[in-house]
Ligand binder design. Structure first.
Ligand SMILES: Cc1cc2nc3c(=O)[nH]c(=O)nc-3n(C[C@H](O)[C@H](O)[C@H](O)COP(=O)(O)OP(=O)(O)OC[C@H]3O[C@@H](n4cnc5c(N)ncnc54)[C@H](O)[C@@H]3O)c2cc1C
Length: 361
């Protein structure tokens, strides 16, 4: 999708596709142009978008033509990336690359974004997984290293940091898997709406939070986690990527706005799911009331609204699925005042119990 002038505004793409004979879905086109980002360039086939007479269209491009010869795809350069080095990313050019039109001409963005719904879910769940991997390192180190006469995990200034990281991971994991469940139940109208709304919400929020978690984990382990022999530098370099590819944070926020404009009912099953927990927790009830007010005019409050939907959904899921101590700490910190902006500013909570939940996870 992404060309030199940008990856967000796909309608501005300049790569072109011309029909060899007849035009339309399943027909053969020749593609000419470039892509500034093309990951996994060794793949056997690609989905790409290009301009046709009908507008931006989606095309399937195999590595080899029907006669077995290599298709017109040239890898100009591999990207030298901050992280994510196990995955090759490249700049490519198409020179009369043989392709097949997928879907109607002019419907390319919508068609290619059907696959993005799954990859966006991948990054929401994957960010929770990255948090989990980092958290496991933090808990192991802090349980086994002693300073000032006690394991680090028991020290009064360190325990709130670890507990806060557990809350962050728990919220991310529950949100990610809730969306996955909705995706699995796509035939159910209500679940389809949940997945349509919460996929960009979860992609936005989990991917935003993971970079901070990996940094705080390094801090909680200390110097050893900054050394390349440790797993943490890799997690740290990988983390910011999830918020960029398959749509940046702002693109997710715009997508939520699009859902609320086109399918305003999508928010209803999400609100219905939050309400039972909100009835028991005044802070969550206040957040829910605010969401109901803001969805009427999402433009002005876009990032704030998406953040509130994410936090309220996470809180409701934890009320339902996690120990009370975890859910209440999450609500008090994320929806109450006096928390943040960094990790470890929680006060007056049962830190050992919260950390224990992270150990079991
Ligand atoms: C390692 C890696 C691998 C990648 N692999 C692929 C790949 O295989 N295929 C592919 O197609 N792309 C790939 N990408 C590209 C990625 O999808 C784009 O970088 C991303 O979509 C953003 O596009 P951009 O970088 O051109 O930023 P831009 O579109 O220029 O945006 C820059 C900033 O402006 C914001 N912005 C843009 N428009 C608006 C708006 N209307 N309102 C508010 N904010 C806005 C964006 O959110 C972003 O923060 C890859 C990127 C990386 C880093």
């Amino acid at each position: 999708m992404t060309e030199k002038h940008g990856g967000s505004d796909l309608r501005a793409n300049i790569t072109v596709a011309r029909p060899v004979g007849r035009r339309g879905p399943g027909e053969t086109y020749l593609v000419n142009g470039h892509k500034w980002f093309a990951s996994v360039p060794m793949a056997d086939c690609f989905l790409t978008v290009a301009q046709t007479e009908g507008g931006v269209s989606c095309l399937f491009i195999p590595r080899r033509r029907a006669d077995g010869s290599l298709n017109g795809i040239t890898v100009k350069r591999l990207k030298d990336k901050l992280g994510n080095r196990a995955n090759a990313s490249s700049e490519i050019e198409y020179h009369d690359a043989e392709a097949v039109l997928v879907g109607e001409e002019g419907r390319g963005v919508r068609t290619i974004l059907l696959s993005a719904e799954y990859t966006r879910l991948d990054f929401a769940v994957g960010s929770a997984g990255l948090m989990r991997a980092a958290l496991s390192q933090a808990l192991h180190h802090n349980d086994h290293r002693t300073a000032f006469g006690a394991p680090l995990a028991q020290l009064p200034i360190q325990a709130p940091v670890l507990a806060d990281l557990v809350l962050e991971w728990a919220g991310a994991a529950h949100l990610g898997f809730r969306v996955a469940r909705a995706e699995d139940a796509h035939d159910d109208v209500s679940e389809r709406l949940v997945s349509r709304l919460l996929t960009p919400v979860a992609k936005f929020w989990n991917c935003r939070r993971v970079a901070g978690v990996t940094e705080e984990v390094i801090q909680s382990i200390g110097g050893n986690a900054y050394i390349e022999e440790h797993d943490c530098p890799r997690y740290y370099r990988e983390a910011p990527l999830n918020a960029i590819w398959e749509g940046t944070s702002n693109m997710m926020v715009m997508d939520v706005g699009r859902v609320l404009a086109r399918e305003p009912k999508a928010v209803e099953p999400v609100i219905d799911e939050i309400r039972p927990a909100a009835d028991e927790h005044p802070l969550l009830a206040a957040a829910l009331a605010e969401i109901e007010e803001l969805v009427a005019d999402p433009e002005d409050t876009a990032r704030y609204l998406v953040t509130r939907i994410a936090l309220a959904t996470q809180a409701a899921l934890l009320v339902r699925e996690a120990p009370t101590v975890v859910a209440e700490a999450f609500i008090a910190s994320r929806l109450g005042g006096g928390w943040g902006p960094g990790y470890g500013t929680l006060r007056g909570l049962d830190f050992p119990a919260i950390i224990d939940y992270g150990r079991l996870g």
